[in-house]
Design a protein around this ligand. Sequence first.
Ligand code: AMP
Length: 216
Amino acid sequence: MNIILFGPPGAGKGTQASNIVKTYKLSKVSTGDLLREEIRKKTTIGKKIKSVIDKGELVSDKIINNIISKILLDKKYYDRIIFDGYPRNLEQAKKLDIMLKQNNQKISCVLSLEVDINSIVKRVLGRQVCSNCGLTFNEYFNKATSKNHDCDSKFLVKRADDTENTIKNRFDTYIEKTLPILNFYKEQKLLYEINGKSKIEDIFEEIRNIIASLET
Ligand code: AMP
């Protein structure tokens, strides 16, 4: 089973991806995380993409396709990926179809978390990511506590691109470049639209029901 988690920045993709990983033993592939890792390690790619990410624009398809093609060749990911933040435009979606076919795989479903811009600004500004375990929390809506998080609170950090200026750009990029993908998947009857403003547990229950319906 390969799943795409779709939605604007701050829709809760990372949180639901972690839930899905735990329950279905899938591997999360977040292109955003992989790109931030390149920046952190100051690689050649990392140096090239930092300013693009800080502006809230999309990194080139060539860089993204390279990252994904390597992952698809890795047997440990075979037919057990949850894509978070990828594909981000129609070209990437079409290229993914081709690469999956070449590896005898396909997309099982596309889960689209729908959230309006006002909620997104609040969510993104409160977002905290654990630099140790990768879990995402929110200082207003989903605080890290000893019940939901094992690491020390010193690991909770803000993302460099979670600023009020960048979030508006990232949302505009999403509307212009990413939203058109929805029709592509709707036509293939792979799209499931979910209210991303519901409670985290309720959204996950809806996701579980969708996945159960695929398995029957
Ligand atoms: P995310 O963590 O998914 O919010 O991504 C953070 C930033 O990384 C985005 O605003 C883009 O600049 C870049 N990025 C992540 N995934 C992609 C992708 N599939 N294609 C192009 N750029 C991406």
